[in-house]
Design a protein around this ligand. Structure first.
Ligand code: PMP
Length: 422
């Protein structure tokens, strides 16, 4: 029965049972962590061969990868990203290890010099605002905030951002210069941007002529089932709509090979790539091509990446299944929580009873289970309903995922019982 339907005496009994369960939980002295979306050591082991690569130092075009140069990256690495992202290799830059750094570069360049189509650098405007599909990736929001960009939350559905809300905002407000978007298996809800949503975003009229979508395809190939969801081809959609420079695409191998030593990519229209490389040329003489060649030798081609991701899936799909099992068994009947069941990516989005997310995280912490701070997935960390918790089950071993989720369920139930007056 739903907790809210219980008679007062039954609610009190339920709350007492949860307090007892929680006391037992605390007595176990657990030390578990579901905070960040990191690959597990077993996942990193899949790429161990990288440590003995590359076998040589000459790229396909004769480039000596040990030396300076090749600002846009090795052609064969660009080709792998091109095939994975469905974007011509000429429109792809293969860079250093972090796509987040490329996003930072892109925003800083826009603020200082403007983007293709800008009348002035964004930085001379009094106000620059960015739409933030929410819940979303905390580092996106923090990065924009740090650069003085105001964050405007917009809803996200299972098929991507709410385009009606987005279209209305961008049509009337020239201070809205762009938006964040994780198109495939979004962090944290697992949303997948549909072709229709992508087409609408590519073609909608915008008051700012240089409105820019930062299309962060961090989880493009991170499928949790055998179905490989295809990301809409946003670069072509923008070009077809007459807005070729509207999008900058990002990706990386952070959760494919080594999270600290992968290869990141930036892509977009010819003008977008040219502008990025022009800026980059002032602060880099070329990327780590040794690491790129290492990755090229390791994968061979895009099919090699896909085969490698199937091995990741085997390791992490059971952990996601375990999260679903525990949530369903422990919470479903009580009508106090909802959660996503993603078919890819790294996260499960858990919405607990309104007003209790912070309490759940606090209870979990006191019992030794680290959860991402409540509200993290919201601009400025402000979850107006105080109900959202992001779960990241990839890092701990399966047995720890089970233990941590059982503990989370106990905390969710106790916090709900308290909130309802039990
Ligand atoms: N984008 C998203 C949506 C992410 O979830 C993450 C990692 N949590 C990143 C980017 C970071 O990517 P990178 O390691 O390439 O900087």
């Amino acid at each position: 029965m739903a907790l809210s339907d219980l008679a007062p005496a039954d609610l009190t009994a339920f709350a007492d049972a949860q307090r007892a369960a929680y006391a037992e939980l605390k007595a176990q002295g657990l030390k578990l962590d579901l905070t960040r979306g990191k690959p597990s050591p077993e996942q990193l082991d899949l790429s161990e061969a990288l440590l003995t690569l590359p076998t040589g130092h000459v790229a396909a075009d004769g480039t000596d990868v040990r030396n300076y140069g090749g600002l846009a990256g090795l052609p064969e690495m660009r080709q792998i990203f091109a095939d994975l992202l469905g974007i011509p290799a000429a429109n792809v830059v293969a860079a250093g290890s972090s796509s987040l750094t490329l996003m930072h570069d892109t925003l800083v360049q826009a603020l200082l010099y403007g983007r293709p189509g800008s009348v002035e650098p964004w930085g001379v405007e009094d106000v620059v605002r960015f739409l933030c599909p929410t819940p979303g990736y905390d580092r996106h929001f923090a990065l924009a905030d740090r650069l003085g960009i105001e964050l405007v939350p917009v809803p996200i559905d299972a098929d991507g951002p709410d385009v009606e809300v987005v279209a209305e905002l961008v049509a009337g407000d020239p201070t809205i210069k762009g938006m964040w978007l994780v198109p495939t298996y979004s962090n944290p809800t697992g949303a997948v941007c549909s072709e229709e949503v992508a087409r609408a975003l590519a073609s909608m009229p915008t008051a700012a002529p240089d409105f820019t979508i930062l299309w962060d395809n961090a989880y493009a190939v991170h499928h949790l089932t055998e179905t490989e969801v295809r990301t809409p081809d946003i670069v072509t959609l923008c070009a077809e709509a007459g807005n070729p420079d509207r999008v900058v695409v990002f990706a990386s191998t952070s959760k494919i090979t080594f999270a600290g030593a992968g290869v990141a990519a930036l892509a977009g229209s010819e003008a977008t790539v040219a502008a990025y490389l022009k800026g980059l040329g002032f602060y880099s003489i070329g990327p780590d091509k040794v690491n790129q060649l290492r990755h090229v030798e390791f994968f061979g081609d895009a099919a090699g990446v896909r085969a490698h991701m199937a091995k990741h899936r085997e390791l992490i799909a059971p952990k996601f299944a375990e999260v679903q099992r525990v949530l369903a068994e422990r919470l479903a009947e009580h009508g106090i929580a909802e959660w996503t069941d993603p078919v890819g990516g790294y996260f499960v989005n858990l919405d607990v009873l309104d007003g209790t997310a912070r309490r759940v995280v606090e209870l979990a912490k006191e019992a030794g289970i680290a959860l991402t701070p409540a509200g993290s997935a919201f601009p400025y960390g402000e979850d107006p309903r105080n109900r959202n918790i992001r779960l990241a089950p990839t890092l701990p071993p399966l047995a720890e995922v089970t233990a941590a989720m059982e503990a989370v369920a106990t905390c969710v139930l106790l916090a709900a019982a308290e909130e309802l007056g039990g």
